[in-house]
Design a protein around this ligand. Structure first.
Ligand SMILES: *Cc1c(COP(=O)(O)O)cnc(C)c1O
Length: 343
């Protein structure tokens, strides 16, 4: 008799928290969603989501958009005119992963400042701001802040720095845009509530397709006036969607069922970091960064054992915990990776 082969190991995919698949409960909520034509503002589920998210962040209004990139780009356009600039960190998502959209679509110039691993230093940015009423200088209309910081390994921006930037921005007439793709993780890790983060930005984009585990969707927040203009930009960009309540229902479901469990991803990241010998203080949310490794070689060898990780650079790997990786998956990934790194 042939020996029974071992069951195929499940893939542990730690490349990103975007790889999650909708759960059975989420799919049910999507299937049962009440819908209408949202371009006519007649989709009750989408309207309910927009109102709920606006409330959570203490914003006047909200707009459902198909991606965080669209949320960020419209958000920045609402606070910056063509020919003006947005100032941000050199590793910010808005200038790294959004395909030059601010320039390509809106004629917005971006200028970057190299920060300490993504950590916000208000004074460092403020020093670089250029005035509006000068005949020689590109005016800085807005500063974009990312919380948590993606390339910064999921770091949570210090509240005192966010507050300092906000206080300064009010008297300076410079707007603040928050790229809050993972603001949920920041809030869970820091204990700072979402409304506090929301109060410290003129426009903010928050994602549901990362830690909250929906297939699609982000929400842009701002004043009622700005969000009304944002609705025009969304349509211009081809982001006006019709019976989109099927997607908004997934987001409402995620607020009820996935936000309360987000701390588990942080606990898993701590466990994984500990097994990998990483400084626990560097694991603030759901990401573990492995420095000084032969990234392509380790990533390839791990993949051969069904553990997927992402290469940030030639010497750096990133592991992201999420809804679809349980404790057993974390243990297996740690077993595989520690064995590879010990070689
Ligand atoms: C993922 C992400 C976004 C948005 O990405 P989309 O793929 O366009 O939804 C924006 N900012 C940060 C920091 C992100 O990690």
């Amino acid at each position: 008799m042939m020996p029974t082969p071992p069951p195929p190991a499940e893939v542990v995919d730690l490349r990103s928290d975007t790889v999650t698949k909708p759960t059975a409960g989420m799919r049910r909520a999507m299937a049962e969603a009440e819908v209408g034509d949202d371009v006519y503002a007649e989709d009750p589920t989408t309207t309910a989501l927009e109102e709920r998210v606006a409330d959570l962040f203490g914003a006047e209004a909200a707009l459902f958009v198909p991606s965080g990139t669209m949320g960020n780009q419209i958000g920045m356009r609402l606070v910056c005119e063509p020919g003006q600039e947005v100032l941000c960190d050199a590793d910010a998502h808005v200038v790294t992963y959004e395909m030059g959209a601010a320039a390509a679509i809106f004629g917005i110039s971006t200028r970057t400042v190299v920060s300490d691993g993504g950590r916000l230093d208000a004074a460092q940015l403020i020093e670089q701001v250029r005035p509006r009423d000068n005949w020689h200088l590109t005016a800085t209309a807005a500063i974009a802040v990312e919380n948590t910081h993606n390339r910064g390994g999921g770091l949570v921006q210090p509240l005192d720095q966010l507050q300092a930037l906000w206080n300064w921005s009010r008297q300076a007439g410079v707007a603040v845009h928050l790229d809050g793709a993972r603001i949920w993780n920041a809030s869970v890790a820091s204990g700072v509530d979402l409304a506090t983060y929301g109060r410290l930005a003129d426009t903010a984009s928050v994602c549901f397709s990362k830690g909250l585990g929906t297939p699609v969707g982000s929400v842009l927040l701002g004043s009622a006036e700005r969000i009304a203009t944002g609705r025009l930009w969304r349509k211009r960009l081809g982001g006006g969607m019709r019976q989109v309540g099927v997607l908004a229902a997934a987001c409402l479901y995620a607020l009820d069922h996935h936000l309360p469990r987000l701390h588990e991803d942080h606990e898993h990241a701590q466990l994984l970091g500990k097994r990998m010998g990483v400084d626990p203080a560097s694991v603030e949310t759901n990401m573990v960064v492995l420095d000084d490794v032969n990234a392509p070689v380790v990533a390839e060898a791990a993949k051969a054992q069904d553990v997927l990780v992402s290469q940030v650079s030639a010497r750096k790997l990133r592991l992201v915990t999420h809804l679809d990786v349980d404790r057993a998956g974390i243990d297996r990934a740690a077993d595989v990776l520690t064995e590879l790194l010990d070689r």
